[in-house]
Design a protein around this ligand. Structure first.
Ligand code: FE2
Ligand code: FE2
Length: 275
């Protein structure tokens, strides 16, 4: 089973960029083309939040139009830039988003790996939370999926990344989640977004990670107390390949035009000069 993880799409209304300089819609279009061209074809796509930039209906309509190009099913969870109400409105006909209740969390049982999507949003806040109600839901979902390899996916990572300005807007309730996760060894991965960079950690008996953004990346700056900044480093996404004998093996794919592919063949000096 091949799981693609897209993150932090930050879609804007048609023709509008993010922060006046990031053409997030075009960048998502490129990422989707890249995913569709992967062989073997991925089975499923998870989008780990900040699906749109300002939570606007027009942005969700654009997101829906862009995601329609994906040749495989896609499952969405919200991030701090999202608006649950508007997301629900535009994706009302989805067969997985809960129609009732406050939170957009759900379980997908159609694949050899169980998928559990969490909603860490606190409306109006940049940081996230897993409150007692959400943790109780997660506890039930994990109990029902016990013994089956499971991926939990969510926007705010439950671990400290050492990118200070992002850790300040981290996840409340992470420790309580950790106590729960420790009791469920079937969790193969906790896949997160928010950081706009790939980061991995061993966490509470499993592996937790974040993903690059399909748009702008957060600058790698490990000094405490510095201001946040983004850069247009190569955009990308994660590819998590599961098989029964290996569990999940995770790759990072970059989207863009890069020289290659080239065969691993040494050239004679004369041939090298010709190039
Ligand atoms: Fe983001
Ligand atoms: Fe975020």
């Amino acid at each position: 089973m091949i799981i693609v993880q897209l993150s932090d799409l930050h879609v804007r209304p048609p023709g509008v960029s993010a922060y006046g300089r990031v053409p997030t819609n075009d960048m998502l279009r490129d990422a989707i083309q890249h995913v569709n061209a992967l062989r073997p074809r991925p089975d499923v796509v998870l989008a780990t939040g900040d699906l749109v930039h300002a939570g606007e209906v027009e942005e969700y309509a654009m997101l829906r139009q862009l995601l329609a190009e994906l040749e495989m099913p896609v499952y969405l969870v919200p991030g701090n830039h999202d608006d649950r109400g508007n997301l629900r409105k535009i994706f009302a006909d989805s067969d997985y988003l809960p129609v009732a209740g406050e939170f957009l969390h759900y379980r997908v049982d159609d694949y050899p790996v169980r998928l559990i999507g969490l909603d860490t949003v606190v409306p109006g806040e940049a940081g996230g939370e897993l409150c007692e109600r959400r943790l109780a839901w997660l506890e039930d979902a994990l109990a029902e999926a016990s013994g089956c390899p499971t991926v939990v996916f969510m926007h705010h990572p439950p671990f400290r990344t050492n990118i200070d300005h992002m850790d300040v807007i981290g996840l409340e309730g992470a420790d309580a989640m950790g106590r729960l996760v420790e009791r469920h060894p079937q969790i193969e991965r906790i896949l997160c977004g928010h950081l706009h960079r790939p980061i991995q950690v061993r966490w509470r008996g499993t592996l937790a990670s974040t993903a690059p953004s399909t748009a702008h990346q957060v600058v790698l700056d490990l000094r405490p107390g510095t201001e946040g900044a983004f850069a247009l480093e190569p955009p990308g996404y994660q590819v998590h390949v599961w098989s029964r004998d290996t569990g999940i093996v995770s790759h990072t794919a970059h989207v863009g035009r890069f020289d290659g592919p080239h065969p691993f063949v040494e050239l004679e000096p004369a041939e090298e000069e010709e190039r």
